[in-house]
Design a protein around this ligand. Structure first.
Ligand code: PBG
Length: 327
């Protein structure tokens, strides 16, 4: 009771604030998404994501070495596929000599200890820009599973440490786990995008990979943002099916979901602060409307406070620098 209790005592100096701090943020928490393109010596800024680049494999190798040297230990790979290689079967997705497979091999060769996580979904490979095989304007569930499991095995075979299915088809974690086990990839992990909402915040990413859906939207597979109870159901199924890590996506608008899962499940949670979140901060900063560095740290700390064990974020490299300054 006031004045016996004065809450401000625990906030009265830098030292006491540091002592009572519940959450820490460090370079160990970050997963860096990278966009790989065909070609050599390419480093092309993504128009919708200022200061973020598409990289050819040789430049990705350099970038990954740099990331490792500043203490980042995990990357998440995406590829931009040439139009003439896109079809409705995911043929290029399972090509053992495809762009993703070559990227994994080169990166692993250069920086073997970097944890390489790969995106598993058909949208960059699909002539319809959808995450699965399409028939009569419908995204088919079960036929897609077959391709996703082959794709995962192909990634594992190239050296991926974790595969990250981001497609939201039902039953894919089980099919992928079974396929990996069958081929002897017992140690290849699955980071499941268990909770992925149909979000307009993916817009800048789709520009980066030229993966906009050609018709309709993704609402028949990604979740409806008015729902939260479905999240636990989705996650429980994925854990039963063998997911090692569960991802919540997007980040900030879904921090309630992250926190409620944190209280209910025991597997580590990842959060994905997506492209639209990044672009919003970059554009506000470019107009001088907010202090970019401070807002970045505030958001990343908030993810940790809400329960994320790890954060996939386009701010990772900048955040490492900022953290080095404040520690
Ligand atoms: C593909 C995929 C998407 C993102 C990650 N994996 C786009 C989508 O589902 O349309 C979005 C990431 C971002 O916006 O940063 N399945």
């Amino acid at each position: 009771m006031y004045p016996l209790n004065r809450n401000r005592r625990l906030r009265s100096s830098h030292a006491i604030r540091a002592l009572v701090r519940e959450t820490q943020l460090s370079k160990n928490d970050f997963i860096v998404p990278l966009f790989i393109v065909e070609g050599k010596n390419i480093k092309k800024e993504i128009i919708s994501m200022p200061d973020y680049f598409q990289l050819s494999i040789n430049n990705a190798e350099k970038e990954v070495k740099e990331l490792w040297d500043i203490g980042i230990k995990a990357i998440l790979l995406f590829v931009k596929i040439e139009d003439n290689l896109k079809d409705n079967k995911g043929s290029e997705a399972i090509n053992n000599n495809g762009l993703m497979q070559r990227a994994i091999k080169s990166i692993k060769n250069k920086v073997p200890e970097m944890l390489v996580i790969t995106d598993v979904a058909l949208d960059p490979y699909s002539c319809f820009g959808h995450d699965g095989i399409v028939e009569n304007f419908e995204v088919l569930n079960d036929p897609t599973l077959e391709v996703l499991s082959k794709m995962s095995v192909s990634h594992a075979n190239s050296g991926a440490d974790f595969v990250a299915p981001s497609d939201m088809m039902d039953g894919r974690v089980l099919r992928i786990r079974q396929a990996l086990e069958k081929e002897g990839f017992f140690n290849t992990g699955i980071m499941s995008y268990g909770v992925k909402y149909a979000s307009s915040l993916y817009g800048p990413f789709r520009n980066a990979l030229d993966s906009n859906p050609g018709f309709g939207d993704k609402k028949t597979y990604q979740m409806d943002y008015s729902n939260s109870k479905q999240a636990l159901n989705e996650v429980n199924k994925d854990i039963e099916e063998g997911a090692d890590i569960i991802m919540v996506k997007p980040g900030m608008p879904y921090i309630d979901i992250l926190n409620s899962l944190y209280k209910k499940i025991d597997v580590p949670l990842a959060v994905y602060q997506v492209s639209g979140e990044y672009s919003m901060l970059k554009s506000a900063a470019s107009k001088g409307f907010l202090d970019y560095d401070k807002v970045v740290l505030e958001q990343l700390f908030s993810f940790k406070r809400a329960g994320a064990a790890m954060i996939a974020t386009y701010h990772a490299k900048e955040a490492v620098k900022l953290l080095n300054q404040i520690l």
